[in-house]
Ligand binder design. Structure first.
Ligand SMILES: Nc1nc2c(c(=O)[nH]1)N[C@H]1C(S)=C(S)[C@@H](COP(=O)(O)O)O[C@H]1N2
Ligand SMILES: [Mo]
Length: 426
């Protein structure tokens, strides 16, 4: 063991440089794949590619621990070397903290099913927070250390090793007049460039960071952005549904957390003219309702949590709608039917439940959230809610339910998501 450590530590300087380069590339890959994954914009474009990207991000993320562990083997010597350089020591601590934090929270996000939503939620917050702080830090760090900045830096630190100065008798006073290569202006230029990069990053990344911070803190405070989404509602369905008392009072006390708007298409918009709700396939009574017919149906109210596989949840949603089992009863499922297939009005997204799953009492065709219509961004006017399963089952803009024989593979399941969507520990 000792011999092995010795061997690992041999050639220490060259190895540190190589480690640093490896680490840099790993961070670049993780940053790019991570930002693509988080950007809602890419969902539809990437499709199946998104699932591959996620696996790449996870695999490289796991591999990222190797250079860290290797560094720790070399760290003792490096640390002593940095005795006189508190800022470099600070930098080492920050980068190690970032890498370990990203790694730990990343493993928890990867294992979302085993750890359950509460842990995933916390891990996602940590992962995001480290990204918003760490990425600008690392970009700043690497930009200010590229060669063109480093060379003058070296000269300014050690002016005595400049070949031009070497061997010459130093005449007092002569050094002050060496023009642009004298230490003072070089330092100023470096400081200026660093400052400019810092300001540039603050301006570009800052607003997104503040927005994220605002919404995370907002969700802790119990407010969320649903009201804002409702103001921007693209749907034009009249009249508005009249909430049941439990819904109007928001018996759940108001949703906690905020929805990330996920869609694989453009957000569709509906009006009384182009919206309808159909049940067909293997049923005795097919029907197709317009908006006013839909509103005539009896509705119930439930309070339930909503979990996405990517780590975020919204707790204590007060949903109002028609229980799916009631609709299926009304339609009269024929004996040959095995699968309930849900179609989105976006024309692309589908998902399924087995008949047995569809019979769970909290599966709901929802039309209101916290006493208000569901905004178009969140799947309104009518979306499916399957509280006991991850939210990719909760089809937005639900317009059709078909009873079929055999199986159908839903949109994300076709692209690698598990058919088993049960939420684990809660
Ligand atoms: N039509 C449609 N329904 C959908 C999706 C989608 O992209 N299109 N995404 C699913 C996923 S993965 C999640 S997490 C939730 C997100 O719901 P939200 O956008 O209201 O937050 O909707 C689900 N239903
Ligand atoms: Mo999701």
């Amino acid at each position: 063991m000792k011999g092995m450590l010795e061997r690992l530590r041999k050639d220490y300087g060259r190895k540190l440089v190589a480690l640093h380069a490896w680490n840099g590339w790993i961070v670049v890959i993780l940053a790019l794949t991570g930002l693509l994954l988080v950007g809602g914009f890419w969902r539809g474009l990437l499709g199946e590619g998104r699932v591959w990207l996620k696996w790449l991000h996870i695999a490289v993320g796991i591999a990222s621990i190797l250079p860290v562990v290797y560094y720790l083997v070399l760290a003792g010597k490096h640390w002593k070397q940095l005795r006189q350089k508190p800022w470099q020591r600070f930098n080492v601590i920050v980068v190690l903290g970032l890498l370990l934090g990203w790694f730990g929270s990343g493993v928890l996000l990867w294992q979302f099913k085993a750890v359950g939503p509460r842990v995933s939620n916390a891990a996602l917050t940590v992962h995001d927070l480290l990204t918003w702080i760490g990425l600008p830090y690392i970009i700043y760090h690497s930009l200010t250390r590229t060669k063109w900045l480093k060379e003058p830096a070296r000269r300014s630190i050690k002016p005595e090793v400049r070949p031009a100065a070497a061997g010459k008798e130093e005449k007092p006073g002569a050094k002050q007049h060496q023009g642009p290569s004298s230490p003072q202006p070089v330092y100023t230029r470096r400081a200026f460039i660093r400052g400019a990069i810092g300001v540039g990053l603050a301006v570009t990344v800052g607003p997104t960071f503040l927005k994220w911070l605002g919404s995370s803190l907002g969700s802790i405070g119990g407010t969320n952005t649903v009201d804002r989404l409702l103001e921007e509602n693209a749907n034009r369905l009249v009249p508005n549904p009249v909430p049941q008392p439990a819904s109007a009072q928001v018996v759940g006390g108001g949703a906690q957390g905020h929805f990330r708007v996920y869609t694989v298409t453009d957000i569709p918009s509906f009006s009384n003219e182009n919206w309808s709700f159909t049940i067909d396939g293997l049923v005795n009574n097919k029907f197709k309702w317009g908006w006013e017919d839909f509103l005539k149906q009896e509705r119930t109210v439930q309070v339930s949590d909503f979990h996405c596989v990517t780590g975020w949840s919204v707790y204590k949603n007060t949903w109002e709608g028609i229980p799916l089992r009631v609709l299926l009863k009304k339609a009269g499922v024929k004996p040959g039917a095995q699968t309930v297939k849900f179609y989105s009005g976006d024309g692309v997204y589908t998902d399924t439940l087995t008949l047995e799953q569809a019979d769970m009492e909290d599966v709901m065709v929802a039309v209101m959230h916290d006493g208000k219509p569901i905004p178009s961004d969140l799947g309104g006017p009518v979306r499916l809610i399957v509280p006991k399963m991850y939210a990719y089952k909760s089809v937005k803009w639900l317009t059709r339910i078909e009873l079929i024989e055999g199986e159908h593979v839903g949109y994300w399941e076709q692209r690698g998501y598990s058919n088993d969507a049960w939420v684990g520990l809660s």
